[in-house]
Design a protein around this ligand. Structure first.
Ligand code: FE2
Ligand code: FE2
Length: 464
């Protein structure tokens, strides 16, 4: 062996070859430069190599993606209106955080296909346990107070620990994610407090939080780098695979119906003359409020197609948020029109049929029939609203039209990743399944042996 290969190499000190005359000239030029711009206080240096940065970001990406999916899985099963609405929003916050991190990972030279194919069995155990919440309050504890809070802390630490000069894009992306996290976690704390004030047992929530925190510690925290502890025993999820709910739940302020898609029939008596502007207007406002069922539909699809295609999951998450907004718009517009929104019965027809259904047919119904159906009539509605100088209707329908057009456009790609059926076969099978469901709900009577509702019937009877 040569002496060089036998001993650890001693780094050669780096030598500067600065020349005195050039240096003095540079100093002279600097003195003559008149502008004193703000000094950038950042210093070079941080804790992570590109590889370690990417390892942490991959874990964060996976956690964000799984939190989006987990919230989606619960959308049908959350009864409380306010919580279902916020969850629609939070699904998108997690989806958008995942997207930001995914793009940064791609810049750190990971292939998108590899990022999307990443799985982590330990994180899956944590998410599976969070999904085994026994009610919505426990779900919020797991998602926000355990996982969300740990991620928020980790993002702050990452901002402080990474190199602020070489890794500025990561610093910026976490700052942007935190602008969603702060109000989200603040809301969750207040919501859990509201559950406790309203009678949910605080001790059982505290026990559940402690249990999940120990499980998170067991996997090394969200970074995977924290000291590990013993796993709590027993796990609720041990031997019990989580199955999402199939029945749309509502809180006790709602009076619901599912025996028809038509509000006048459900009410027993029409409030306004059929086909009058007042009738169509009220139907539109109620339909928007009742799009609480669209939060359930699109949220559930994220769960049902999980890991098939990140872009489709992301698009579904964005649509879920949009539908949460449509629900809010409907609720507020009903108030602006002089109603207590809870005095108007809530339609559960569509969500009841879609709940247990294969996502391709449920998606075909809500997207190809429901959203396309809205676009067929909304232009006429906007026109009439303008003639009648109905500023409220004009304002909200204008925004909703833009959203629904966007949903129809995105829907084409999402459907492709749900099914390989031709458009014709997909439509026919969807109509058959909805005929069966509507007959079982009593919304239509099946007189003939062979009978399938038309797409127009579905537009009318399910009514999105
Ligand atoms: Fe909508
Ligand atoms: Fe929509």
């Amino acid at each position: 062996m040569t002496p060089e290969s036998n001993s650890p190499s001693v780094p050669t000190p780096l030598v500067s070859a600065s020349r005195p005359d050039e240096r003095a000239a540079a100093a002279d030029r600097s003195r003559a430069y008149p502008f004193r711009f703000p000094r950038d206080p950042r210093h070079l240096g941080g804790k992570f190599s590109v590889a370690e940065n990417a390892r942490r970001l991959t874990r964060f990406f996976y956690l964000e993606r799984r939190l989006m999916q987990a919230l989606g899985a619960w959308t049908l099963s959350i009864p409380e209106f306010e919580v279902k609405l916020e969850t629609g929003r939070h699904i998108f916050y997690h989806a958008d955080a995942a997207r930001f991190i995914r793009e940064r990972l791609h810049e750190q030279e990971l292939r998108l296909a590899d990022i999307d194919a990443h799985r982590d069995a330990e994180i899956d155990v944590l998410i599976e346990e969070i999904l085994h919440a026994s009610n919505a309050a426990e779900l919020l504890v797991g998602i926000h107070q355990v996982a969300g809070r740990a991620l928020e802390t980790a993002y702050r630490h990452h901002i402080d620990d990474t190199d602020p000069v070489t890794d500025t894009p990561t610093v910026r992306l976490f700052k942007r994610i935190l602008t969603d996290y702060e109000p989200m976690l603040e809301w969750a704390n207040r919501a859990i407090d509201a559950y406790i004030q309203g009678g949910v047992d605080e001790a059982s929530l505290t026990g559940w939080r402690w249990h999940l925190q120990r499980l998170l510690t067991h996997i090394g925290g969200v970074t995977g780098s924290d000291p590990r502890g013993e796993a709590p025993k027993p796990l609720r999820s041990a031997g019990h695979e989580f199955k999402r709910g199939t029945i749309p739940l509502r809180d006790n302020r709602f009076d619901t119906f599912k025996n028809t898609g038509d509000y006048d029939t459900a009410d027993g008596q029409a409030r306004f003359e059929k086909d009058s502007y007042e009738n169509i207007r009220l139907r539109f406002l109620r339909t928007q409020r009742d799009e609480v069922d669209a939060i359930e539909a699109f949220g559930t699809f994220i769960w049902d197609i999980r890991f098939k295609d990140f872009q489709s999951e992301y698009d579904l998450a964005r649509i879920t948020w949009d539908e949460a907004r449509h629900t809010e718009i409907g609720h507020r517009a009903l108030q602006a029109a002089g109603y207590d929104p809870f005095e108007l019965r809530n339609r559960l027809t569509g969500s009841t049929c879609r709940g247990p259904m294969d996502p391709a047919f449920a998606m075909a119904e809500i997207n190809l029939f429901g959203e396309v159906g809205v676009l067929k009539t909304i232009n006429g509605l906007i026109q009439t609203a303008a003639e009648k100088e109905d500023a409220l209707m004009l304002h909200i329908a204008d925004y909703i039209r833009a959203d629904e057009r966007t949903h129809v456009r995105k829907g084409t790609k999402i459907l492709k990743c749900m099914t390989s059926l031709s458009a014709q076969d997909l439509e026919l099978r969807t109509r058959q399944l909805f005929t069966e469901c509507l007959v079982s709900l009593g919304a239509i009577k099946s007189d003939m042996d062979v009978f399938t509702v038309s797409r127009e019937d579905i537009e009318h009877l399910v009514g999105e």
